[in-house]
Write a protein that binds this ligand. Structure first.
Ligand code: CTP
Length: 155
C-alpha cells in the first residue's frame, strides 16, 4: 500500500489543481492532501478568496482524495509523514528542491505544473471587479476626458 502526501492552498480551485490531484491519485493507493488554513496563509502574508472550510470540502470531494488535513505550520510535514506512514511526498515543480530534506523519511518528488493557469492569474482577472480598481479606472477616464476637453479648447 503506497501513501502519497501533498500540500497546497487550492484557492479558486482550477484545472491545474484537478490535474495535479489526478496524477497524485494514480501514484499510489491512498492520497492525503494538506490544505493550508486561513491562519497559516495569513502568516505568509497571503489571503484567499475561498475560506479554508470550503477549500477543504472541495479538495475532499475530488475522486482519489482519501483524507484532507489542515496545514497549519511549516514544521508539521515531518510529523504528518510519520503519523500517516507516507511513502511519497509530492509537490508541483514550483517547489522543486524546497523539500528535499524530507528524503530521509520518504521519497520526495516534484511534478510539472499545468501550463497557463494559476490562482494568481485568476485573481488578476477578478481584479477588474474590485471596487478600488473600478475607481482607479474611473479616475483615469476623468483624466483622459479633461485632456480631450483641453485639446478641444486649443483647436
Ligand atoms: N499546480 C499545478 N498546476 C497549476 C497550478 C498549481 O500543478 N497550473 C499545483 C501546484 O504546483 C501545487 C498545487 O497545485 O502543488 C496547489 O497549488 P496552489 O499554490 O494552491 O495553486 P496555484 O494556482 O499555484 O496558486 P498561486 O498562483 O497562488 O501560486
Amino acid at each position: 500500500m503506497t501513501t502519497v502526501l501533498t500540500y497546497g492552498t487550492f484557492d479558486l480551485f482550477h484545472i491545474g489543481h484537478l490535474r495535479l490531484l489526478e496524477r497524485l491519485g494514480a501514484m499510489g493507493d491512498r492520497l492525503i492532501v494538506g490544505v493550508s488554513t486561513d491562519e497559516f496563509n495569513a502568516g505568509k502574508g497571503k489571503s484567499t478568496v475561498v475560506p479554508y472550510d470550503d477549500r477543504a470540502a472541495i479538495v475532499g470531494a475530488i475522486k482519489g482524495v482519501d483524507l484532507v488535513l489542515p496545514e497549519q505550520s511549516w514544521e508539521q510535514k515531518r510529523l504528518d509523514i510519520v503519523e500517516h506512514g507516507v511513502d511519497v511526498f509530492v509537490m508541483g515543480d514550483d517547489w522543486a528542491g524546497k523539500f528535499d530534506d524530507l528524503a530521509d523519511l520518504c521519497r520526495v518528488e516534484y511534478l510539472p505544473r499545468t501550463k497557463g493557469i494559476s490562482t494568481t492569474g485568476l485573481k488578476e482577472m477578478l481584479r477588474v471587479l474590485d471596487p478600488n480598481h473600478v475607481e482607479e479606472m474611473q479616475d483615469a477616464l476623468r483624466v483622459v476626458s479633461r485632456l480631450l476637453d483641453h485639446y478641444r479648447d486649443l483647436t
